[in-house]
Ligand binder design. Structure first.
Ligand SMILES: Cc1cc2nc3c(=O)[nH]c(=O)nc-3n(C[C@H](O)[C@H](O)[C@H](O)COP(=O)(O)OP(=O)(O)OC[C@H]3O[C@@H](n4cnc5c(N)ncnc54)[C@H](O)[C@@H]3O)c2cc1C
Length: 290
């Protein structure tokens, strides 16, 4: 691994000054479970690594019933799945934090890092899209907020400009009738990349689906939001037919490639199956919250 300078700021202001001073030669380090692997393999380069684990705002879990959850971008997965409040209010987020890597990875890896790494296969991103999360981003000129479905722009690329940093993820408040779920298919139970994944969020109202959001992993250059699949469910009863229609739309929207993990046809088929199963599970959860 090449030498780099290391800085450990204690505030957002200090971090963005350091990052903007070094431009595209600086990298943020949260858990380092992607970054250190990539630096070691020379797949990414850095002259300055800015460790954000000591910045309080980026390492906190803040929940307010009327505002929802603000999850610091560097909060490690284990703090999410061990949090009783999150287990109750955001069970699908807890599920996803429990499947990223194994115990050692979960001790460091963050959801913010999973998003900023912008892998098409990232497990948390379809769920963040399904939950309607917004990204709080800071730079030297101030802050901006972006819907998470606009965050990734290509494999490993995002809308973050040099000098910018993801501060936190804002989750809408849970409500009666809301449910979400993420399911992935991998050849073995852990430590592998999803062949395909589906994240869904639904809101029920008197037995009808008021709204739904559906996104896919590993079947496009970016985590794929499929708004038309969610729109097809709006106003429908939560029936097998309506669910199958939405799953078929998602399946058609997928743009997979063939690689050692699966063929185009196999991945497309998986999308239909996973969306259908995730919708059934999310609807079950939504009914339980009533
Ligand atoms: C053995 C192993 C198993 C894994 N299993 C899975 C898995 O099952 N599912 C999965 O999705 N991933 C998996 N991963 C990948 C990785 O663990 C996750 O993507 C993890 O969530 C990354 O988080 P991190 O905090 O370690 O990010 P880091 O490695 O610290 O950062 C990742 C990237 O994002 C940037 N970054 C991080 N935080 C910020 C921020 N706040 N603002 C701006 N840029 C930022 C970094 O500069 C870097 O480019 C695995 C990795 C390993 C090594």
């Amino acid at each position: 691994m090449k030498w780099f300078d290391y800085a450990r700021p204690y505030s957002i202001g200090e971090a963005v000054q350091l990052l903007s001073g070094a431009g595209d030669k600086a990298r943020v380090l949260a858990g380092g479970t992607d970054l250190l692997v990539q630096l070691r393999a020379d797949r990414k380069q850095a002259e300055l690594v800015v460790d954000v684990k000591r910045i309080p705002e980026m390492n906190e879990i803040r929940y307010q019933p009327e505002k929802g959850l603000e999850l610091g971008a560097a909060v490690p997965c284990y703090q999410i799945y061990r949090n009783p409040l999150l287990k109750e209010k955001y069970p699908a987020l807890v599920d996803v934090a429990s499947i990223i890597g194994g115990t050692q990875i979960q001790g460091r890896a963050s959801i913010g890092g999973n998003l900023c790494n912008a892998a098409p296969s990232a497990d948390s991103i379809p769920l963040l899209i399904a939950l309607g999360v917004r990204c709080r981003i800071a730079g030297v000129d101030g802050e901006r907020e972006v819907p998470v479905e606009q965050f990734c722009t290509g494999p490993g690329r995002s809308i973050l400009k040099p000098g910018e940093l993801l501060v936190s993820l804002q989750f809408p408040p849970p409500a009666p009738g809301k449910g979400a779920c993420y399911i992935r298919f991998i050849p073995r139970n852990e430590m592998d990349i999803a062949v395909a994944g589906a994240g869904v969020g639904v809101e029920l109202d008197n037995g009808l689906i008021r709204s739904a959001r559906i996104a896919l992993a590993s079947v496009a250059p970016i985590p794929l939001y499929v708004p038309e699949a969610g729109a097809a469910l709006a106003g429908s009863p939560a029936s097998d037919d309506a669910i199958q229609r939405a799953a078929d739309i998602a399946k058609e929207a997928a743009k997979p490639i063939t690689d050692m993990r699966g063929t185009v046809d196999y991945r497309r088929h998986l999308c239909g199956v996973l969306v259908r199963r995730a919708l059934h599970a999310a609807i079950r959860r939504a009914k339980e919250t009533r």
